[in-house]
Design a protein around this ligand. Structure first.
Ligand code: P6P
Length: 336
């Protein structure tokens, strides 16, 4: 009898006690993300068939055309987390400011804040390339019973209690950590359940894939330029393979399974890089470290950076430990 794969719900219940805050609220929060992921997945999968793609006419704080699916995903994740009465605040790439969540009878008793990129890589939607949702979860630091404040959101990444992503690809997967390793769950769309398909995911220490938008090469810091040339050199197990999907969660997911490095360095067009510290870099860094990988801005561990703004950007280098350390070595040896 083939072993029956564990469902996400069974996994959450089984691992509930291992989580140091065993109130069960985090489990309910992960369950709400599970529900929203299924609803968004349904729309993402049929985006080409109904008039839900294409710019919603509005633009988000990034100044990007807001795709209708961005707006839809943002609304769905906010709705499910609000209804479950678990979070006291939400920050989203699609919202200029954070949202205070307070159902009157609770009087700000909820303990968790969530930061989310509801649909990362959304420019890929129109060309049928995979996109993803990224989320980061903290316990609030201001007193329970008072409205959430910006301080609750500007915590260092090393304070995260959970983080994860949904990748809407050839199959839809939910990959997350609560600080005790990384586990991947694949959705069976026929029955709407996520099954544990990738237990204890780990980055190989080394890899032969590098992911970067080489179209920006001339604007990269000298250390990054030299590392890219190192990847392309005919020596040892190089040249490496260049793979860049233009969707962070997809490049990260492939590199975690096969080994590799993802880089979004600063450039003159993006003096602090493009990726957002709070709801892209910190959650991916938490996952990377929990999977024996590494994540830095080229000099500093991503999760040690003290945030100063909700939508601040940082340069991002993430993936197999030995590859990230090699790139950091080139950055150290070529300070401009
Ligand atoms: P570029 C998507 O917009 C995103 O935030 C990441 O998912 C992706 O890796 C990157 O930006 C792509 O940016 O400038 O190379 O198109």
């Amino acid at each position: 009898m083939p072993n029956k794969k564990q469902t996400l719900g069974e996994f959450i219940i089984e691992n509930q006690s291992s989580f140091k805050y065993t109130s069960g609220e985090l489990s309910r929060l992960i369950n709400s993300i599970r529900l929203a992921a299924k609803v968004v997945n349904h729309e993402v999968n049929k985006a080409g068939l109904v008039d839900i793609i294409g710019a919603a006419g509005d633009t988000n704080i990034q100044g990007e055309d807001q795709q209708k699916l961005d707006v839809y995903a943002n609304d769905k994740f906010i709705q499910t987390m609000t209804k479950r009465n678990i979070v006291c605040g939400i920050a989203s790439e699609e919202e200029d400011d954070f949202i205070t969540i307070n159902s009157q009878d609770e009087n700000h008793q909820n303990k968790y804040v969530v930061l989310i990129d509801p649909l990362d890589g959304s420019s890929n939607i129109d060309v049928n390339v995979s996109v993803g949702t990224i989320f980061s979860i903290y316990r609030r630091v201001t007193p329970v019973g008072t409205p959430v404040t910006m301080e609750d959101f500007l915590q260092k990444g090393n304070q995260q209690v959970a983080a994860g992503y949904v990748v809407y690809g050839t199959s839809t997967m939910l990959v997350y950590t609560t600080g005790d390793g990384v586990n991947g769950f694949t959705l069976n769309p026929a029955i709407g359940s996520f099954y544990l398909s990738h237990p204890n995911m780990q980055f190989p220490e080394d890899g032969t894939i590098y992911s970067v938008n080489e179209g920006n090469y001339v604007h990269f810091p000298l250390g990054i330029k030299k590392y890219i040339k190192y990847c392309q050199e005919e020596k040892d197990n190089r040249p490496y393979t260049s793979r860049y999907i233009g969707s962070l969660v997809s490049d990260f997911h492939r590199n975690m399974i096969k080994g590799g490095i993802y880089m979004y360095p600063k450039s003159y067009k993006a003096p602090n890089g493009k990726l957002r510290l709070l709801y892209e870099c910190n959650p991916m860094a938490f996952l990377a470290e929990q999977a024996n990988g590494k994540a830095s801005d080229g000099y500093t561990r991503i999760m040690d950076i003290k945030p100063t703004e909700l939508h601040q950007r940082v340069p991002f280098i993430c993936g197999s430990k030995n590859m990230v350390e090699k790139a950091e070595e080139f950055m150290r040896d070529n300070v401009e």
